[in-house]
Write a protein that binds this ligand. Structure first.
Ligand code: SAH
Length: 239
């Protein structure tokens, strides 16, 4: 049986701690007691952790040997900001699928209210990503960047950069990812509910991004994000 995994809030040598709500969850929901063992992700490794003390808003662990953690390829998702409930779903599911970084962007068709409110959402998105990473036994949550303008995201570096566009009729995403072509890192860009504008697609093209399709049906933004990560992950990962 795999042990439950938590991502430490504090690490110092052979000690780690969960604090605040994170610790309360362990105590209230899992009824954690001194002596219980978990896997604790410490940022650079995952180690076996024995509960050394349980206090108010703080659970401390003694760390022992390293346990092996699945290594993940580097996949960045440039995600246009769209309806928050659906976007949260995309963040959770893409984390399960192995995304390493999510960069929210304000697109032309991002609703103005959502754009204005998006910076304040980052902490919540990070919390969602951390919970999903623990659930998926990842060694670390994906990095969630603060929302930026599309123009800045266009300069992002990766060996393979693909903008997903439902208007693309010649190139399929699965045909542009291959394990060697993308050994460096892959960046994928998914548009908002209304899609990328023609201008935006042109800017992607001028900046060197390849445009690709996910198939014959129009997907909602959150479905497109998950499908794109799944296609890339299935091409890159091995057991
Ligand atoms: N404007 C569209 C919907 C956009 S879907 C409409 O006709 O309603 C939102 C985003 O999901 C798009 O910007 C694109 O990045 C992605 N997407 C959806 N379906 C896709 C497909 N079949 N191929 C590639 N990308 C797709």
């Amino acid at each position: 049986m795999t042990r439950r995994r938590f991502i430490a809030d504090e690490v110092s040598g052979d000690r780690a701690a969960l604090v605040g709500e994170h610790a309360d969850h362990l105590v209230r929901v899992l009824r954690t007691r001194v002596g219980q063992e978990f896997d604790i992700a410490t940022g650079d490794a995952v180690r076996r952790g024995r509960v050394a003390s349980v206090g108010d808003g703080r659970v401390e662990f003694e760390l022992a040997e390293e346990v092996s953690a699945a290594s993940l390829s580097e996949i960045t998702l440039v995600l246009a900001v769209f309806k928050f409930d659906r976007m949260e779903w995309a963040i959770e599911k893409c984390t399960e699928l192995g995304v390493s970084r999510i960069v929210p962007v304000i697109a032309r068709r991002t609703d103005a209210h959502l754009a204005a409110a998006s910076a304040k959402r980052v902490e919540r998105w990070r919390r969602i990503a951390r919970q999903a990473a623990e659930q998926s036994r990842r060694a670390a949550p994906p990095e969630i960047a603060v929302p930026i303008k599309l123009a800045e995201a266009l300069n992002l570096q990766a060996a393979l950069r693909v903008v997903l566009a439902e208007s693309e009729e010649r190139t399929l995403l699965r045909d542009v990812v291959s394990p060697d072509a993308s050994a460096g890192a892959v960046a994928l860009a998914v548009g908002p509910e209304g899609g990328w504008t023609e201008d935006e697609l042109q800017c992607f093209g001028q900046a060197g991004w390849i445009s690709a399709s996910l198939g014959n049906t129009i997907l909602r933004a959150e479905t497109a994000a998950m499908a794109a990560i799944a296609v890339v992950a299935s091409a890159l990962y091995s057991l």
